[in-house]
Design a protein around this ligand. Structure first.
Ligand code: FAD
Length: 316
């Protein structure tokens, strides 16, 4: 049984979600291969000599410059027949691509898998993480996304993977996409760590009251070298962009430390941060449900407490 992991690059490097997907793949099968795709990616394989995969397959095409799922999917369908598992980290990219591939292969889609019980039994959260489903797949090819928060980064390998170019006829399929074309992209530039993989996250909720006052969350985050997160109420109120939303319909995070400021702790928010190792909550309502999941809770007005915290904490 072998597994193909679909790579996702960030600034020319494999994303954390991909690295954790490789860890997951190595639990599933003896033979893990990585598909590195893009307009010009072959040279990147040179820097991947300690990656714990047996083979890196390279698919290069100008049509793949912007990673449109409609371009990549038909080529993946052809490659998929060589594998038992097709796997990627549960990122926005993979959530666009892999259900499409599963549909084209006429197999089920296993999303947000957090553990494997057997070759064909997969564990995944449902009802906003309140129940864990054990899903048995009867398909020959299993297409799945795995949650990064459930898998560790892989150990370096001692033997370098082999590198192979994907056959030209398969690569040619990616240029036949008539369904979509690239228009433009707006990238959020930030010096802060990436929310989904940050070790420390400071999140703000509706209690911040305005976009200006949300700056207090960013101030504390910068003091700690942390990523910034937000509740959906804070996003809906326009305090910050929706890239920063944590929760059932936002990002799933599992940092060492999660600080929730002015967040009530709705079930949909908890679904996105309950795997944090230590949770600190500041809320003026002693009955706020966030205190049920907090390791350290401070009942108080965040506008009094946070400036004092910033003053007392050793800065980064
Ligand atoms: P509120 O619930 O209004 O809480 C604000 C808190 O701030 C209160 O507890 C209050 O006591 C406290 N506060 C106010 N002023 C201060 C002060 N000065 N100092 C200290 N504390 C103060 N939500 C998410 O977060 N993420 C999701 O992904 C998500 N997905 C959803 C999906 C669905 C299908 C649905 C129905 C809802 C979803 N929600 C999600 C919304 C969720 O139900 C809540 O409405 C939301 O999380 C509330 O955000 P909040 O805690 O910031 O606001």
């Amino acid at each position: 049984m072998s597994t193909l992991v679909i790579a996702e690059l960030q600034s020319g490097e494999l994303s954390d979600a991909t690295l954790k997907a490789i860890s997951a793949a190595n639990q599933l099968s003896q033979q893990t291969e990585l598909l590195l795709w893009g307009a010009q990616v072959a040279a990147l394989a040179d820097g991947m000599s300690t990656l714990p995969v047996a083979k890196i397959r390279i698919m290069e095409s100008a049509s793949l410059e912007h990673g449109l799922a409609e371009s990549l999917a038909p080529a993946l369908v052809t490659l998929a027949r060589e594998y038992s598992y097709l796997l990627a980290g549960a990122s926005t990219f993979a959530k666009d691509l892999l259900p499409r591939v599963a549909a084209l292969l006429d197999v089920g889609m296993l999303s947000d898998v957090v553990a494997f019980e057997d070759d064909d039994v997969f564990v995944r959260p449902m009802y906003a993480g309140n129940a864990m489903a054990r899903v048995k797949s009867h398909d020959d090819i299993r297409v799945l996304t795995v949650r990064g928060s459930a898998f560790a980064l892989p150990e370096a390998a001692t033997a370098a993977p082999t590198v192979e170019m994907v056959a030209a006829d398969i690569t040619a399929l990616v240029s036949q996409n008539q369904l979509s074309s690239f228009v433009g992209e707006q990238v959020t530039e930030s010096e802060r760590p990436e929310l989904a993989s940050a070790k420390v996250v400071v999140s703000g909720g509706r209690g911040l009251q305005s976009a200006e006052q949300f700056g207090l969350v960013e101030q504390l985050a910068d003091h700690l070298g942390a990523a910034v997160g937000a509740s959906r109420a804070a996003v809906d109120a326009g305090f910050i962009g929706n890239d920063f939303q944590v929760g059932q319909t936002g990002k799933i995070v599992a940092p060492d430390l999660y600080i929730a400021l002015g967040i009530s702790g709705a079930i949909q928010h908890i679904a996105g941060m309950k795997d944090a190792k230590v949770v600190v909550a500041v809320n003026k309502d002693p009955e706020a449900p966030i205190f049920d999941v907090a390791d350290y809770g401070l009942v108080g007005d965040l506008f009094d407490v946070v400036p004092q915290l910033i003053e007392k904490l050793p800065g980064k």
